[in-house]
Design a protein around this ligand. Structure first.
Ligand code: FAD
Length: 452
């Protein structure tokens, strides 16, 4: 993704890529630095419609608009107010979760829900109604957004909350940026007294041990598992169950240091293959020498281990990667997860990062929110033209057969019939779409294209 802060309005289209680096589409990029920049930007659209975007940390094409106009919000990153009594923090939508943490942690507050990277904006977190390791107790991010302002391309402004413009609130949370421009939002933060997490890592062998650990940990705030998707036989579905709570022992609440490591180059396409991933998985599994490890861990490595190396997506080479994340409901979650993991292991296309978690039953506020109670598995595959797309299409069909759905924020491949089966409410949602806003994802999965 180009650095949005280094450019003003660009007359010519430039290639723009999301975190998965696939697909890459040309778009005209306009930086929004003030909330008032939106009205003129949308009034003077180049052809092709527009899409507000944040840090481009979605993996596929939900933050892309081929030959259209991307309105990049990261220059709009001011804090508007903070109430230490309630923890209510109001900020412009381009503020990142990293910037929010830098402000809030020294004051004894933390994010109510955090994804696996802190380099996402408040607007992006709302538009995908993101989830974190505490989904089973806290639900999605949108549940903690008490209000926001939505600006439509006709200039109308709506304050949206659970009690005001409720239908727009529900459509915009998880609404993929399509209902309009979120200019600012209020997030209810949670109090902490320490940067540390009381961490426990537990090895497991097989899905049933994973499910037992999930049951035992229902009172623990954060749970997530790394799982080995390359092994078969006795090592099938082995993994490390990681759980933790914020430490209640007070320690100094200092700001995190800036990451210093940068992945320096685009790795050759063949660097990540079944052999290297299997070697990594074996090393990772045995890194934890004992079955159970207890430690006090800083929140940075606990929540954001990948953020330590900037541009780590270059590891997949210039061709990029396909992410694939499903949620399958409890009725078929065990069976579906085994079948999908077997299909991955047999495919010879190993996933380097495989994350398994149980979603809880806290309802999501968004009409199009992805999580549902059951199991979610996130996988990533380096793109090998002849193998990756057929595999991912098959896995998406299996997800459908098991009553699950895929996460649009991590998708570049689901077909229109698959999307429409996963999200049957999509036509009702489409009534809320702003007529000048669209995305390459939306055009792909609905066939609904703005006239050029
Ligand atoms: C390493 C890594 C780990 C991740 N872990 C998780 C995880 O654990 N859980 C999870 O749920 N997701 C996770 N994600 C996905 C990520 O959290 C989401 O894709 C998030 O939405 C990205 O935010 P962004 O600011 O980069 O938005 P972008 O990717 O730029 O845009 C995302 C969507 O938000 C819309 N949008 C952005 N700003 C606005 C605005 N002001 N008004 C209206 N719409 C707007 C865009 O139109 C687009 O539809 C992860 C991503 C990475 C790279």
């Amino acid at each position: 993704m180009p650095d949005p802060n280094s450019q003003k309005d660009l007359a010519a289209a430039v290639p723009f890529e999301s975190w998965g680096r696939y697909p890459t589409y040309p778009a005209k990029i306009t930086s929004l630095n003030w909330q008032s920049d939106y009205a003129p930007a949308i009034a003077h659209l180049h052809q092709g419609g527009a899409l507000p975007v944040g840090m481009g940390r979605s993996y596929g094409d939900s933050c892309l608009l081929k030959d259209g106009n991307l309105l990049v919000t990261t220059g709009m990153n001011r804090l508007i107010s903070f109430d230490p009594e309630t923890g209510d923090l109001t900020a412009e939508a381009g503020m990142t979760l990293a910037q929010i943490l830098d402000f809030a942690v020294p004051r004894g507050f933390f994010l109510p829900v955090s994804p696996g990277t802190k380099y996402v904006t408040l607007g992006g977190a709302i538009a995908n109604d993101i989830h974190g390791k505490n989904h089973h107790v806290a639900g999605t991010f949108g549940r903690h957004v008490t209000q926001f302002e939505l600006v439509r391309s006709d200039g109308t402004r709506k304050i949206c909350s659970a009690t005001q413009n409720e239908d727009w609130y529900a459509a915009t949370i998880g609404g993929l940026g399509l209902t309009g421009f979120i200019s600012w939002a209020t997030l209810r933060m949670k109090p902490i007294v320490s940067r540390n997490i009381d961490y426990e890592g537990i090895q497991f062998h097989g899905i049933d041990e994973f499910l037992d650990l999930t049951k035992q940990s229902h009172n623990i705030e954060y749970t997530v598992s790394w799982v080995d998707c390359a092994s078969t036989g006795k090592n099938f579905c082995r993994g490390v169950f990681m759980q933790g709570d914020h430490s209640t022992k007070p320690t100094p609440l200092i700001i995190s240091p800036e990451p210093k490591l940068v992945f320096p180059f685009d790795a050759p396409g063949a660097a990540l293959n079944h052999t290297t991933v299997s070697l990594f998985n074996t090393a990772f599994f045995h890194k934890q020498i004992h079955k159970r490890v207890v430690a006090l861990q800083d929140y940075e490595p606990f929540f954001y281990p990948l953020d330590k190396v900037l541009h780590w997506n270059r590891m997949y080479g210039k061709g990029g990667l396909l992410q694939f994340q499903y949620a399958i409901p409890w009725e078929s979650a065990r069976e579906g997860t085994i079948a999908i993991m077997q299909a991955v292991a047999k495919s010879g296309l190993a996933s380097f990062l495989a994350v398994l978690k149980a979603f809880g039953d806290v309802p999501s506020p968004g009409m199009m929110s992805f999580p549902k109670p059951g199991i979610t598995l996130a996988l990533d595959f380096p793109i090998k033209a002849d193998k990756t797309f057929p595999l991912v299409e098959r896995l998406a069909d299996m997800t459908c057969d098991y009553g699950g759905r895929l996460y649009p924020a991590k998708d570049a491949a689901m077909t229109a019939p698959q999307f429409q089966a996963f999200y049957p409410q999509w036509e009702e949602f489409a009534r809320f779409r702003d007529p000048l806003i669209t995305s390459s994802f939306w055009e792909r999965v609905t066939g609904d294209k703005l006239p050029l």
